[in-house]
Design a protein around this ligand. Structure first.
Ligand SMILES: Nc1ncnc2c1ncn2[C@@H]1O[C@H](COP(=O)(O)OP(=O)(O)OP(=O)(O)O)[C@@H](O)[C@H]1O
Length: 456
């Protein structure tokens, strides 16, 4: 018969009891640990997690009141309030055994026991412990999922060759468990791609948990990511699961990894190498099973050269790398995205007949889009709200004109480029010629000569 994967601890000062209990239970469970000295409870509970503890009521010779067992039970529940404990009691102690259940014992078995009865009682406690764990895991997962689903999902739009390549990579790697690193400027769709990878993976019925590492303070990092046990620090009023544990079985998306301090990078490396976490305040390792997706808008490879990002951590993250090009490098996606967002917002603001004029579309395609797709999305939403006619015009978009790159009509006339550059520098330094000259790398006299030449 296949044994159940479970760890049972038996604490009794009578070696015969330990021996027979081990003999009976090892036919059912994979790990049986016996201990004759209850003073070892602290050590044991701080180093391992037990599914069920079988605990004797009396230890000191001549002691039959059962009080000792009750005290040890309270002690165990203080260390781990969720621990399942089955009391071992002599026939005369049944009244006290019932008392222990009020304190928090899961059940009791009476010595001498029938083997079937012992197995059945430990099984029931074991199943209870498993369902308690599952309930806690599901509760935390649910909390995160409801937050995640508060924001509606969007399609991923793109017809440029760069985006087609991205889609092909997503398709290829989604079903593997390979770690994926997504690089790209703000608003290029890194999170969207991470979600797409999760949705197309075999883990899609499990949670997708996002952690914005840029938003977590250094002090809360461990508790947020690895969890904590009750009493680990002043505010730790109860046990809490970390994001790694909640994501177990699913996908963990670590955003903004470029912002991590060296110290936190070291911690993350250990966790991703060993695939287990230690909750703050606990020495018990918790195994984790996650698919890891990381993202950043920082130049990670440069940070490695500057020794600001660990090379070993980068190579742990980048088994597969996806680079999302900035929107200005794929202007052919702009009409598609613009129409897509226009549809959404025209419906939302009940302006269904709204169209984009050709001049407006032209204008959008030439803009620099420093905030990428997110900026385009906001620009369209704002224009839809502000528009008073059936057609969105160039003037409905409040874009920063300085950031326009008329790429197709780019001017390669050196004189004109020089004239524009000088004009911009003078404007930027509010007419301060020394500063403008310095920025342009020119002497003041040369600058004046050129101002005269170009009639500025
Ligand atoms: N290809 C796309 N198709 C449709 N919507 C997109 C696309 N790319 C990005 N978006 C939208 O743009 C917004 C920003 O996307 P997302 O949050 O995925 O970007 P990000 O790269 O993770 O940004 P940040 O670096 O700021 O976290 C979202 O509302 C997203 O739905």
């Amino acid at each position: 018969m296949k044994k159940v994967k479970g760890k049972i601890l038996i604490i009794d000062d009578d070696p015969d009891v330990l021996h027979t209990a081990r003999f009976v239970l090892k036919t059912q469970f994979t790990d049986i640990i016996t201990e004759s000295d209850p003073n070892q409870i602290n050590y044991l509970l701080n180093h391992e997690r037990f599914d069920v503890i079988l605990l004797d009521m009396n230890y000191t010779i001549g002691e039959t009141s059962g009080r000792e067992g009750l005290n040890w039970l309270e002690h165990i529940l203080q260390i781990n309030p969720a621990q399942n404990v089955v009391m071992i009691t002599a026939y005369g102690d049944i009244k006290l055994a019932v008392e222990t259940m009020k304190v928090g014992a899961a059940d009791f078995v009476v010595k001498p026991w029938e083997n079937e009865k012992l197995i059945a009682t430990v099984y029931a406690a074991f199943n209870h412990s498993q369902s308690k764990k599952e309930v806690e895991r599901l509760r935390s997962k649910q909390e995160h999922l409801s937050k995640a689903y508060a924001t509606p999902e969007t399609e991923i739009i793109g017809n440029s060759s760069a985006m087609k390549e991205v889609f092909a990579t997503v398709k290829k790697v989604a079903r593997t468990d390979a770690n994926v690193l997504i690089l790209g400027e703000n608003g290029t769709g890194k999170e969207l791609i991470a979600k797409a990878l999760h949705q197309a993976s075999q883990r899609n019925h499990e949670a997708f948990i996002k952690v914005d590492l840029g938003a977590i303070s250094e002090t809360l990092f461990e508790s947020e990511l690895f969890g904590h046990v009750k009493g680990a620090f002043t505010d730790a009023k109860e046990d809490r699961l970390g994001r790694f544990e909640i994501a177990s079985g699913g996908t963990l998306f670590l955003d903004e990894i470029g912002n991590l301090s060296m110290q936190l990078q070291a911690k993350l490396l250990t966790v991703t190498q060993n695939r287990e976490v230690f909750k703050v305040g606990s020495n018990v390792p918790v195994p984790i099973d996650i698919r890891l997706i990381c993202a950043t808008n920082m130049p990670l490879y440069e940070l490695v050269v500057e020794k600001k990002f660990r090379e070993d951590l980068l190579y742990r993250f980048n088994t597969v790398e996806i680079r999302l090009p900035p929107l200005r490098e794929r202007p052919e996606d702009i009409p598609l995205l613009s129409e897509y967002f226009l549809d959404i917002y025209a419906a939302k603001y009940r302006k269904r007949n709204l169209k984009l004029s050709n001049t407006a579309m032209n204008y959008l395609q030439k803009y620099f889009w420093p905030g990428n797709v997110r900026e385009l999305q906001h620009a369209i939403e704002r224009a839809v709200i502000m528009s008073e006619e059936d057609e969105l015009k160039k003037t409905d978009f409040l874009l920063n004109d300085k950031k326009h790159v008329p790429s197709q009509e780019k001017n390669y006339n050196l004189d004109e480029v020089e004239r524009e550059t000088i004009k911009e520098a003078i404007e930027r330094h509010a007419g301060n010629m020394s500063r403008a000259a310095k920025e342009l790398g020119l002497g003041r006299t040369t600058l004046y000569r050129k101002i005269q030449k170009y009639g500025l």
